[in-house]
Design a protein around this ligand. Structure first.
Ligand SMILES: [Zn+2]
Length: 141
C-alpha cells in the first residue's frame, strides 16, 4: 500500500481508490464551521452534502482526482444555504490551485498543445488556465 501525504492540510483523506490509470482520493474539509457568504455569520449547521470532483497533481505519473465531500451549511442568521470554501480549490474550478500552477509552469517551457496531450487535458481548458494564471502573475509584478 502506497502511503503519501496529500500535502493539503485543510483536507482529511477518507478513502483512497487506485485504478489502472488514476487515483481517486475522497476527502473532506477538516473544519466544521464556515462563515455565511451572504451575512458573515458563523454557522456549524450542516444542511446537506454534495460531492465535487477536481483534478490534482499527478502521483508517479498517474492522474489524481479528489472527490471532495462538500458540506453545505445553513446560516442561523439569514437562513441561506451555502457551500464551504477551500484554500486549495477555488469555486467552480475543476482543478486544484497547485495543479493549475503546475500546468502553467509546464506550458512556459513548451507549447499549450504539447502539455495538453501530455497531461491529457483539453486544449481549450488548458488555454483558459494558462491565461488566467499568466494574468495573475502579470498583475502581481
Ligand atoms: Zn447568513
Amino acid at each position: 500500500m502506497l502511503s503519501l501525504s496529500l500535502g493539503l492540510p485543510e483536507f482529511k483523506v477518507i478513502k483512497h481508490d487506485q485504478f489502472a490509470d488514476y487515483h481517486l482520493i475522497s476527502v473532506e474539509k477538516n473544519s466544521w464551521e464556515e462563515r455565511c457568504i451572504h451575512c458573515g455569520f458563523l454557522s456549524s449547521i450542516v444542511h446537506d452534502r454534495r460531492t465535487r470532483k477536481v483534478r490534482d497533481l499527478p502521483i508517479l505519473n498517474k492522474d489524481v482526482y479528489l472527490l471532495i465531500h462538500v458540506k453545505r451549511y445553513k446560516c442561523p442568521n439569514c437562513l441561506d444555504v451555502f457551500s464551504e470554501r477551500y484554500e486549495s480549490v477555488l469555486p467552480r474550478k475543476h482543478q486544484t490551485n497547485r495543479l493549475r500552477e503546475y500546468l502553467y509552469q509546464l506550458c512556459l517551457g513548451t507549447t499549450i498543445e504539447c502539455v495538453s496531450s501530455k497531461m491529457n487535458i483539453p486544449y481549450t481548458t488548458l488555454k483558459r488556465i494558462f491565461y488566467s494564471i499568466a494574468e495573475k502573475v502579470f498583475n502581481a509584478k
